[in-house]
Write a protein that binds this ligand. Sequence first.
Ligand SMILES: Cc1cc2nc3c(=O)[nH]c(=O)nc-3n(C[C@H](O)[C@H](O)[C@H](O)COP(=O)(O)O)c2cc1C
Length: 206
Amino acid sequence: MRRGKRRILKAAAVFMAVVLAMSCVNVAEVQAKEKEKNIVVLYFSATGTTKATAKKIGKKTKGTVIEIKAAKPYTEDDLDYSNENSRVVKEHESAASPAKSKVRPKISNIKAIKKAVKKADVVYIGYPIWWGEAPHIVYTLVENVSLKGKTVVPFSTSISSGLGNSAKHLKSKAKISAKTNWLKGRNFYDVPSQKTVNNWIDKLKY
Ligand SMILES: Cc1cc2nc3c(=O)[nH]c(=O)nc-3n(C[C@H](O)[C@H](O)[C@H](O)COP(=O)(O)O)c2cc1C
């Protein structure tokens, strides 16, 4: 082989080795990030979509997944938004937005949630979109569980609406401090694939 060609091949090999080494460092960094942080994934789910999504987030982050349990669970009739007397319609019509409402459904496992969140660095908060907003019970959560100094990652599931202002409205009522890192969050239409969840989380900065 001519000397010039050999030199080019050598340079290409060195370049490839550097690229490979850099990608290994990145993977190691991501893995270290997930290991050192204490992560809690909280979710409220009435029909299972947000629950399935939360589980995928838990799998990726190795976080503790905890359901936000309504002390009075929502029945199928409660969730009937076509009935003007249903529980969700009454909650919805209690004020112009859930942030302004006094309706705060009780959470039966609030003590366990508080205990887990106290030790956490990162708290994912998931919910279904109801009339473009987080359900009132998620307000019960953020108004009663301190998120001071935590990184908060909101996520939602819906049929057609996006996250909209739901997370911003929640933040406006949450127990937070200047050190709380409240991320933008995102919505998923139905249950996302594990790959979609993984790609999203890999890009989060915490
Ligand atoms: C009371 C109520 C209101 C809803 N409002 C909306 C909405 O405004 N936009 C939307 O895309 N989906 C809406 N949906 C559909 C849910 O957001 C969607 O099915 C969600 O993924 C359900 O999550 P879950 O199975 O975890 O409860 C609503 C559902 C209910 C029960």
